[in-house]
Design a protein around this ligand. Structure first.
Ligand SMILES: Cc1ncc(COP(=O)(O)O)c(C=O)c1O
Length: 386
């Protein structure tokens, strides 16, 4: 900790906890104290820690080939893209290394799509309270001024609208609109879903104005909400033109993806985009293994998520500090009546890792492998803390 204070950029306000190892849904600090990990690296360690099948694949692939660049083919990008096409309903993928990098590429796709139609078709609509990443493009469409204010001016032509407000949405669209970006469930913003009717209207307007509909599934996607992608919670499904995902894809190894239908993918031609590290043999092989396991886990994610929300609501009935419980699958927020920082600290002291987003929302992103037993353990700790 002392070395970090001396030598690292002081951009993170870390908790005073040095982690050493993990197993299943638990991690241990350097003094050997165990913690139940209900934040899983902010939604990354979807299978918990040291999952035997993931560890085995990492070992095997590390011996064969870790990285080869995108100058050549390797054996795993094609099958992984095929897998994502089958479960997403979209056709073509591009692999990168993180959420923000996926969003950057999606924004380039939106811009190029607009450019190919007219020079002044470059505007992008995004939602208030959204979070799309920390690089300049992704930041430009992030609807929370606190993240943007130190870096302005950002990309021109971005219009923010309030989610689920139909009049604002219609007023924001014009022939100049190249795309609209939506998180199906806002994560950093406090676990707020958009309504299905809103998504349907966004789809209609994007079609009417020949703009691309982009869903940011970086936090709510890839199984987290109990469906492969959160947009599949709607019935009938509202398909985007472009979808970006990252966090859990490779169980802790860096991997992001942009997946697009043919219309959107046509915007990006040879030489227009790329990534040195993106889609390494190691990350892609791990992601393929992860998807095999995810198929088996999907019913458990829904069952345990429902149980968790029900238990949190019971806790709310007992402790008025919890005023609402939101979310889907294992992406859960408990709205508090005030700041939640102390609750997070006290839970950590008692061996439960969670975090607080938007100041007043306790956020739970546990690994997909948890059962009712671990939920009971977490609820008991929260009960004491509250
Ligand atoms: C919805 C959403 N989009 C984008 C990002 C940025 O992802 P990354 O931190 O991998 O760049 C995040 C990260 O929390 C996110 O939750």
């Amino acid at each position: 900790m002392d070395l970090e204070h001396e030598y690292l950029l002081q951009n993170y306000a870390r908790y005073p906890l040095v982690l050493h190892r993990g197993e299943g849904p638990r991690v241990w600090d350097v003094d050997g104290k165990p913690y139940l990990d209900f934040i899983s690296g902010i939604g990354v360690n979807a299978l918990g820690h040291d999952h035997p099948r993931i560890t085995r694949v990492i070992e095997a692939q590390a011996r064969l080939l870790i990285h080869s660049s995108n100058l050549y083919y390797h054996e795993y990008q094609g099958p992984l893209a095929q897998r994502i096409a089958k479960i997403s309903g979209l056709q073509r993928s591009f692999f990168c290394n993180s959420g923000t990098e996926a969003m950057e590429g999606a924004l380039k796709m939106v811009r190029a799509h607009g450019h190919q139609r007219s020079a002044d078709k470059f505007e992008i609509i995004s939602l208030d309270n959204s979070f799309h990443g920390r690089t300049l493009g992704a930041l430009s469409v992030t609807g929370q001024p606190k993240y943007r204010k130190d870096f302005e001016p950002l990309l021109p032509g971005v219009h923010f609208v309030t989610g689920n407000d139909f009049a604002q949405l219609e007023a924001a669209f014009s022939e100049r609109t190249a795309g609209i970006v939506i998180e199906w469930i806002q994560g950093e913003g406090g676990i707020f879903p958009v309504s299905m009717e809103y998504a349907v209207r966004a789809r209609e307007l994007a079609d009417r104005y020949d703009a691309l509909l982009v869903f940011d599934e970086i936090q709510c996607g890839v199984g987290r909400a109990g469906t492969y992608f959160a947009y599949q919670l709607a019935d009938p499904v509202v398909l985007p033109d472009v979808m970006v995902a990252a966090k859990p894809l490779a169980c802790g190894l860096p991997l992001g993806v942009i997946t697009a239908n043919e219309r959107a993918a046509a915007a990006i031609g040879a030489g227009m985009h790329g990534s040195t590290f993106g889609g390494s043999a190691l990350s892609c092989r791990v992601a393929l293994e992860f998807f095999e396991i995810l198929d088996e886990l999907m019913p458990q994610i829904r069952r345990v998520g429902d149980y968790f929300r029900a238990e949190l609501r019971k806790l709310g009935a007992k402790h008025p500090r919890i005023t609402e419980v939101r979310g889907a699958g294992l992406m859960i927020g408990a709205q508090l009546d005030g700041p939640g920082k102390q609750i997070v600290n006290d839970a950590m002291d008692r061996g439960l890792l969670i975090n607080c987003t938007h100041e007043t929302v306790l956020r739970f992103l546990p690994p997909y492998i948890i059962t009712e037993k671990e939920v009971d353990e977490a609820i008991a700790i929260l009960d004491q803390v509250l």
